[in-house]
Design a protein around this ligand. Structure first.
Ligand code: CDP
Length: 210
C-alpha cells in the first residue's frame, strides 16, 4: 500500500501522514525534510540557496546529520528548501531514495506513506491512494505561526504569511514537478475541517483500498 499526500506549506500533510502511518503500521517519509536538509546544507556551508552547483553537490551526498538538525524546521530553511527544490538536478538526486522507500519500506512494513509536493504526480504516480490536502493561506500561516512561536516568541504572523505565500508561488510556478493535485487525487480542504475529521475520512479511504 502506497499512500501519497501532497499539498502546500502547513496544510496539515505531516500530521495526517504520521497518524495514518501509525494507524496502519506503515513507514512514513516526510520528503520535505530531504529538500530542507539540502537547503540547510547549503546555508551551513556559507552558500546561497540559489546556487545550483552547491545545492546539487549537497543533494548528491546528503549528510544524514542534517535531517536531525533542529534548524531543519525553521522558516528560513523552508524558504531555502523551496529554492533548491526548483532545481532539476536536486530533484533527480533525491528521487531514487524516495521511490525506493515507497517500494521497499524500511522495517519490512506492509505500506508506506509519503508526503510532499509531487508524490502523487511524479514520485509515486501508481500510489494506491492519493490525497491532496489544502487550506487557505491565512489559515495555514496561522498554524505555522503558532508552531514556530513556541520555539521563537519573536515570530511575526505577517512575516510567516508572506513566507508561506512566497513558497506557494515558487512551488506551484516551477517548471519541474510543480505543486498540483494529481488527476486521481482526492481533495481534502482543512480550512474548516479539523484534523481529526480529515484523519477519520482518510482512514476510511485506506480501508476501502485494503
Ligand atoms: O512543512 P512544509 O509544508 O512547510 O514544507 P515541507 O513539506 O517541509 O517542504 C519544504 C519545501 O520543499 C517545499 O516548499 C517545497 O519547495 C519542497 N518540496 C518539494 O519540492 N517536493 C517535495 N516532495 C517535498 C518538498
Amino acid at each position: 500500500m502506497i499512500i501519497a499526500i501532497d499539498g502546500p506549506a502547513a496544510a496539515g500533510k505531516g500530521t495526517l501522514a504520521r497518524r495514518l502511518a501509525a494507524e496502519f503500521d506503515y513507514a512514513y517519509l516526510d520528503t520535505g525534510s530531504l529538500y530542507r536538509a539540502v537547503g540547510l546544507g547549503v546555508l551551513r556551508a556559507g552558500g546561497k540557496p540559489d546556487d545550483d552547483v552547491a545545492a546539487a553537490a549537497v543533494s548528491l551526498d546528503l549528510d544524514p546529520a542534517l535531517l536531525g538538525d533542529p534548524a531543519l524546521r525553521e522558516e528560513r530553511t523552508g524558504d531555502a528548501a523551496s529554492k533548491v527544490a526548483a532545481m532539476p538536478e536536486v530533484r533527480s538526486n533525491l528521487m531514487e531514495f524516495q521511490r525506493n522507500f515507497s517500494i521497499h519500506p524500511p522495517g519490512s512494513k506492509q505500506g508506506a506513506v509519503l508526503d510532499g509536493r509531487d508524490i502523487g504526480t511524479v514520485v509515486c504516480p501508481d500510489a494506491d491512494l492519493k490525497l491532496y490536502v489544502t487550506a487557505g493561506a491565512e489559515v495555514r500561516a496561522r498554524r505555522r505561526f503558532l508552531e514556530l512561536q513556541q520555539r521563537d516568541p519573536a515570530t511575526k504572523y505577517e512575516q510567516i504569511l508572506a513566507d508561506v505565500e512566497a513558497r506557494d508561488a515558487r512551488d506551484t510556478g516551477r517548471a519541474d514537478a510543480p505543486l498540483k493535485p494529481a488527476e486521481d487525487a482526492l481533495l481534502l480542504d482543512t480550512t474548516e475541517l479539523a484534523i481529526d475529521a480529515v484523519f477519520l475520512r482518510a482512514v476510511d479511504l485506506v480501508k476501502e483500498r485494503l
